[in-house]
Write a protein that binds this ligand. Sequence first.
Ligand code: SAM
Length: 335
Amino acid sequence: MSATGAHILTDSFGRKHTYLRISLTEKCNLRCTYCMPQEGVPLTPSKHLMSAEEIFQMASLFVQEGVTKIRLTGGEPLVRKDFPELLQKLSSLPIKCTLTTNGVIIDRHLDLLKECEVTTINLSLDTLSADKFKKITFRNDFEKVYENLMLLLDHGFQVKINVVLMKGVNDDEIIDFLEFTKENPISVRFIEFMPFEGNAWNRTKTISYQHIMSVVKTHFGSETVLRLQDAPNDTTKNYKIRGFEGFFGIISTVTNPFCDSCNRLRLTANGQLKNCLFSDSESDLLTPFRAGEDIRPVIHNAVMKKHAMRGGLNRPEDFEDVTQHKNRSMIRIGG
Ligand code: SAM
């Protein structure tokens, strides 16, 4: 039972869902190749997007159903004009609130984040090269993001850097990123490139868990690579190089999934509940919510329908047929 007495959102495999990711917007100030289709995305008309009040009301309902952690994402959550008011409202809920951002404009919000007790920030940064940053994101914002990363550290935020590794793009930077953890108390997380609509994914572009470990151990020596205890429900296998300030981790959704302990649900900016990142079905919460209906049965139903693994893509080979698998682009899901 949750704090309020409601049944925690439990699926047919006994997994309890206490973590909600809310996408605040489909818009982004970067154009990352792995996330946004080259031709752009059809933006949902604003009247079909959740208002700040609707996000708050729905989040409150999820909290009543046992959610204890909410991550704000997008699109780029910070481009939403009413982000400050929204965060202030959400911070009144008894949750741990976190943020995933590309960091381009986060310097505008440091006081707000502190005031709202957001202490952990996931910052996406796929390269330590300004040129490559431009190639990946189609924007010239490397310096800005790098400065903001340093600013976050100076201000005492706990920062995790998300690096989507892609063969021939940034897989030559694994060691550079680890060297970056030598003096900086950050956690670098290497994420396997995942398939979504319009991101030209294929398996040959992914860098596996095994490959990363082999590169790291060859460079630093096996005995200096320390395996750390992972937090419950952690999607990351966490490590540290002996003597380094920071950490590194691997999120291997494709080659080594971690669905057994999944506790996540996702709410898109237009109010659709996804029970898995890879699920090809969604449950509309916004329409019944606006009609004044009780959406809790819809939420519970969606949770019960969750597949054992990756929205039913059980084998790595299932990803090969991604064109047959209907899913939104990542920018419209919320990572
Ligand atoms: N704009 C914010 C940002 O850049 O962090 C939040 C949204 S972004 C969709 C959230 C996360 O999804 C990012 O860390 C990004 O690296 C990850 N992501 C997006 N597309 C991905 C893909 N195809 N494979 C793996 N991770 C992906």
